[in-house]
Write a protein that binds this ligand. Structure first.
Ligand code: FAD
Length: 468
């Protein structure tokens, strides 16, 4: 078949790839996007952000009903219809992925189904499931192939009883005892889902803390709060083997620092120890691109790999593995390829844990500031002193603003509390504009809102919080 010619061929239709394709098309480029899976949207829409947030919301509502009586809403009997809950989640995935097809059509992005391989700089081959090939000549190539589940030696994933996050999003029944290996974001979110639906949940974490990278005070508060919800934690512990038998799964565990091994029984194991870049079958060798020790594709500050005309973004490159980071990189790289300039402030990328209470962070945490010898001030405000949090009965947590000791420039914000993921947005904006705690404190916040806790924390940086 004759070669087809494009300005940009994107390999991978996840949040990084599809956003780059749309933005490049908006800028007048002829764009194709090669995606190996049946639906667009990548990990995020198919087996990540979207299905997990659908289940987090449904399970939170199920759990919440039990607490409504304190507000005078008495519900007689609550029952779980798990197939209906899963169907709701599947519909959210279907609607979102179909939405990307619509956006591709609207923006005239050519969607190509197949495994994309870089045959040479300026040439991509897409192999369909039936083995047929299409070859594209292209001015530029964008790699946005994302990431895959990190395997754990000794623990073979079967996606029914020993599952990755993908299997944990589709369990056919509520486990009696779910062991989550890994106390990171994905493990805690999915552990929360099944805990709320009635499972006994034990989180096993190699380190002596959960959610590495998140401000330690926030992480400890999160562990305490999840503990109150019945989640159990075994920190400083590693899983060395999982054996599936007729009666369930037997896990071999031992202290991370070495010591006496023991066994633990459960009926489902979720392996959530992280994700690694995915570049299988991409043909990096053919163009001489070597990945780093973590499997990531090296790029310069303009997202260009060592091969001119080949760019990479998203989970497959350095930086946090987050959908909004991949999306922002997608927009910016398209603008750079179009000859414009683009920039991302990696210090102002929020991170959210969608447990309840939620955790949301941006910028540097206290441990990082101390390690860097930065003089900083802390402004903290608890949700127990926020009127709206009291109205809705969600008073766990606090807002913590870290500001430069001299200028009060916001260096980091760490929130644990109701809707923290939404509350963080104004803090991200403040940081993006180089704002100070005073700027947030002087901004009028509507009453009664949870956001007032952010304003009060900003006032607290100078010791002048009003409601505590
Ligand atoms: P991906 O989304 O992984 O997309 C890559 C795409 O490339 C895939 O569709 C893949 O099939 C395709 N592909 C790979 N190789 C080829 C090839 N050779 N040819 C053709 N196609 C190829 N992030 C958040 O920000 N918020 C969240 O709430 C959140 N929740 C998550 C929950 C879970 C359970 C998981 C697993 C992840 C979550 N993430 C979340 C992370 C988020 O999903 C990723 O950061 C994001 O999807 C990365 O986008 P990407 O475009 O780089 O890669």
């Amino acid at each position: 078949m004759a070669e087809e010619s494009f300005d940009l061929v994107v390999i991978g239709g996840g949040p990084g790839g599809y956003v780059a394709a749309i933005r490049a098309a908006q800028l007048g480029m002829r764009v194709a996007c090669v995606e190996k899976d049946a639906t667009l949207g990548g990990t995020c829409l198919n087996v990540g952000c979207i299905p997990s947030k659908a289940l987090l919301d449904s399970s939170e509502k199920f759990h919440e009903v039990g607490r409504l009586a304190r507000q005078g809403v008495v519900v007689d009997k609550v029952t779980l219809d798990l197939p209906a809950m899963m169907a709701w989640k599947d519909k959210a995935v279907f609607d979102n992925t179909r939405g990307i097809d619509f956006l591709f059509k609207k923006n005239k992005v050519e969607r190509v189904r197949g495994l994309g391989r870089i045959a040479a700089a300026g040439r991509v081959v897409a192999t369909a499931e039936d083995g047929s090939e299409r070859t594209f000549a292209t001015r530029t190539i964008l790699i946005a192939t994302g990431s895959e589940v990190m395997p754990l030696p000794g623990v073979a994933i079967d996606e029914t009883r020993i599952v990755s996050s993908t299997g944990a999003l589709s369990l056919g029944a509520v486990p009696k005892h779910l062991v989550v290996v890994g106390g990171g974001i994905i493990g805690l979110e999915l552990g929360s889902v099944w805990r709320r639906l009635g499972a006994e949940v034990t989180v096993i974490e190699f380190l002596d803390r959960i959610t590495p990278g998140i401000d330690l005070e926030v992480a400890k508060t999160l562990q305490r709060t999840l503990g109150k919800q019945g989640m159990k934690f075994r920190l400083g512990t590693k899983v060395t083997k999982a054996e599936a038998g007729a009666d369930g799964i037997t896990l071999s565990v031992e202290p991370s620092a070495g010591g006496t091994a023991e066994t633990l029984s459960c009926d489902v194991v979720l392996v959530a120890i992280g994700r690694r870049p995915f570049t299988t079958g991409l043909g990096l060798d053919a163009v001489g691109i070597a990945t780093d020790a973590k499997g990531r594709i090296p790029i310069d500050e303009h997202f260009q790999t060592p091969v001119p005309g080949i760019y990479a973004i998203g989970d497959v490159v350095r930086g946090p593995m987050l959908a909004h980071k991949a999306e922002d990189e997608g927009s910016v790289v398209a603008e750079i390829i179009a000859g414009q300039s683009g920039h991302i402030d990696y210090n102002a990328i929020p991170g959210v844990v969608y447990t309840w209470p939620e955790v949301a962070t941006v910028g540097r945490n206290e441990e990082e500031l101390k390690a860097d010898g930065v003089a900083y001030k802390v402004g903290k405000f608890p949700f127990t002193a926020n009127g709206r949090a009291r109205c809705v009965g969600d008073t766990d947590g606090f807002v913590k603003i870290l500001a430069d000791a001299r200028t009060e420039k916001v260096l980091g914000v760490h929130i644990i509390g109701p809707d923290a993921g939404t509350l963080i947005a104004e803090c991200v904006l403040a940081m993006e504009y180089g704002g100070s705690a005073e700027d947030i404190a002087r901004t009028c916040h509507a009453h009664p809102t949870l956001n007032e806790a952010v304003k009060e924390a900003a006032l607290a940086v100078d010791g002048r919080a009003l409601h505590i």
